[in-house]
Design a binder for this molecule. Structure first.
Ligand code: NAP
Ligand code: GCO
Length: 267
């Protein structure tokens, strides 16, 4: 019998992780590289790109970076064509790039709402659409969409984000339904509250040095009693990118320290 660890090997695979200059994307891309994949990533600024390339190099990873806004279909098609030439046809796509705007709904402009939907929902459609034909030709493919607690739950101020991440859950199921017969698995990862630049404002210390009330709220709401760290997403990303998950399709794997299982601390 084969060693089960072979099931998790990504040797010879080409992976594109969007928005992997830092944060969760960087950790997942590093994990895929450590399992053997060649890594392509994109971001929007040269400054972020240079910093990220230096950080990957420190880990001994030869990642290839592309300047590309994932909401621009022409830029995405050009990037995917460049990756085909530079590294080979993409086997694994992680739709990670995302933003949040925390604004009460009645104060949010329609343009602000659209911008969040554009990056968090339309872009995964655009990038998936660009890579699926290559995956069909290769006879296999893995697409991992980075969803959220807000794929399941609402809260004050995040209407656009929740609408986008709820939609992304359904896009995930639809890609699985539409392309499963081509040996393409499309799954989601739903991170809980993870300490990254995106959530930094929710963890800022108060003037008197005490915890931000939202920080205390999240610790109380999480059975693990801590924020997640980007490294918590490494194992789940490798699992869903590898042959170990070949019969897992249309699933959202919540990596949340138990938040969705918990009613919350009793008063
Ligand atoms: P982050 O620290 O803010 O990083 C976001 C990344 O996305 C950056 O590399 C950014 O690059 C890139 N990006 C944003 N818009 C882009 C665009 N239009 N085109 C290309 N790249 C773009 O966020 P994170 O916390 O690591 O989150 C990563 C993903 O996980 C997001 O989808 C987020 O919604 C999701 N998530 C986060 C948490 C959490 O608690 N942190 C929980 C659940 C889900 P540039 O700045 O260079 O553009
Ligand atoms: C917020 C947060 C989140 C998350 C995440 C939870 O303001 O509530 O930023 O929405 O970061 O997506 O899974």
């Amino acid at each position: 019998m084969n060693d089960v660890s072979n099931l998790f090997s990504l040797e010879g695979k080409v992976a594109l992780v969007t928005g992997a200059a830092y944060g969760i994307g960087f950790a997942m891309a590093s994990a895929l590289a450590s399992a053997g994949a060649r890594i392509a990533f994109n971001c929007r600024s040269q400054e972020h790109m240079d910093k990220a390339l230096a950080e990957y190099k420190k880990l001994g990873i030869q990642a290839k970076g592309y300047l590309c806004d994932v909401t621009d279909e022409a830029q995405v098609q050009a990037m995917v064509a460049d990756i085909d030439k530079d590294l080979g046809v993409i086997d694994i796509l992680v739709n990670n790039a995302g933003i949040i705007k925390r604004i009460p709904m009645t104060q949010m402009s329609a343009d602000e709402f659209r911008q969040v939907i554009d990056i968090d929902l339309n872009a995964p459609f655009i990038v998936s659409k660009a890579v699926i034909p290559g995956m069909i030709e290769k006879g296999h493919g893995k697409i991992i969409n980075i969803c959220s607690m807000m794929s399941e739950l609402g809260r004050e101020t995040v209407s656009a984000y929740a609408a986008a991440k709820g939609g992304l859950k359904m896009l995930t199921r639809n890609i699985a339904s539409e392309y499963g017969e081509y040996n393409i698995q499309c799954n989601g990862i739903g991170p809980g509250y993870i300490a990254t630049p995106q959530t930094a404002p929710l963890r800022e210390k108060q003037a008197d040095g005490s915890r931000h009330p939202f920080d205390s709220f999240i610790i109380a709401k999480t059975p693990a009693a801590r924020w997640g760290v980007p490294e918590d997403l490494m194992g789940p990303a490798v699992f869903l990118a590898s042959d170990a998950s070949n019969f897992v399709n249309g699933h959202i794997l919540y990596v949340d320290g138990g938040i969705l299982a918990y009613i919350g601390k009793q008063p």
